[in-house]
Design a binder for this molecule. Structure first.
Ligand code: SF4
Length: 309
């Protein structure tokens, strides 16, 4: 066969490339559905008859959340309603038409709540100081009230796995607490259940999904506030780990749901004072003396042999 007959035409190459892209996009959509479905199931986030208020900021994550929840609702064996809510905080240049247009096209019930928290924050917080904590507190209060008014039984937020891990590290480094961001919690007014169905989803997946779906993203820096520098640094560190040490971030995330209170130091979680020897061997007990935490399986067998000798 000569070179002319084996060459792939540019059109055929384009078709092949388009097929590959479609295949990858489909895989991404399936993965997102699977992980969101799994988180919903693991934490019993949504029950039959729920009305889920999806908080939509105009960022990639909340768009992805709404999109995936809508897909899962079609397939779910239970019946639940979705209402999308956006809080227009009257930030300068906020494109107020974008979300109503998008949501109308989707054909989903929605509510836009107009509250000028931007002016309040600007008035109360001195110039140059960080505005996020007051802004979020105001936003939270308003969203809880709106949830009441709409009769929502669950409030869904678009935080993902990386938000949870960043919060975990921030709390540890700067708050001296082993505390992340829960996948499901009771709101601080005690009246609502807040859920984070993207808890198992990586940020890079919501980023890609937003590109694939061409969500009409509204920039998140309209208020003029700088992103929390420490969070930015932790995000960069995690991205570096992902590249250099594949699996490390996944392991840290898994560790959040595999906690051993007896091997930590919180006396409220484990009764160290009342601990006594039972006389019974525990096969899952402490192996700290016979295995190096970083040993490879081969190394650890050598260590065991040496100890046994
Ligand atoms: S970045 Fe701006 S809008 Fe977001 S919480 Fe901070 S002050 Fe509020």
């Amino acid at each position: 066969m000569d070179a002319v007959t084996t060459a792939v035409s540019p059109q055929a190459a384009d078709v092949k490339k388009a097929e590959k892209v479609a295949y990858e996009n489909n895989k991404l959509h399936k993965r997102l559905c699977r992980l969101v479905g799994q988180a919903i199931g693991d934490f019993n986030m949504i029950e039959d008859g729920d009305k889920v208020m999806v908080c939509l900021s105009g960022g990639k994550d909340s768009y992805a959340l709404l999109d995936i929840l809508m897909t899962l609702r079609e397939r779910a064996p239970i019946q639940f309603d979705i209402v999308a809510v956006n809080l227009d905080q009257k930030q300068p240049n906020f494109p107020a038409h974008v979300l109503p247009e998008y949501l109308t096209k989707l054909g989903i019930p929605f509510h836009i709540e107009n509250q000028d928290t931007y002016s309040i924050v600007k008035r109360v917080i001195p110039e140059g100081k960080t505005t996020c904590s007051l802004c979020s507190r105001l936003r939270r209060g308003i969203l809880y009230r709106v949830a009441d008014e709409l009769g929502a039984t669950k409030i869904a937020l678009g935080h993902h796995r990386d938000d949870i891990l960043e919060t975990f590290f921030l709390n540890m480094f700067f708050g001296a607490k082993l505390k992340g961001m829960p996948a499901k919690l009771q709101s601080d007014d005690g009246k609502h259940i807040v859920i984070r169905p993207l808890a198992y989803v990586k940020e890079s997946d919501t980023e890609r999904y937003a590109e694939v779906k061409q969500f009409p993203i509204i920039p998140c820096d309209l208020c003029g506030s700088q992103e929390n520098l420490q969070r930015k640094q932790i995000k960069a560190l995690m991205r570096e780990w992902e590249k250099k040490y594949p699996g490390r971030v996944e392991n840290i995330f898994s560790a959040l749901s595999t906690v051993a209170p007896s091997h930590l130091m919180d006396r409220d979680l484990f009764d160290f004072a009342g601990l006594t020897a039972t006389g019974e061997a525990d096969p899952n007990g402490d192996i700290a003396f016979d295995e190096e935490p970083c040993a490879t399986p081969a190394d650890s067998s050598v260590i065991r042999l040496q100890l046994d000798d």
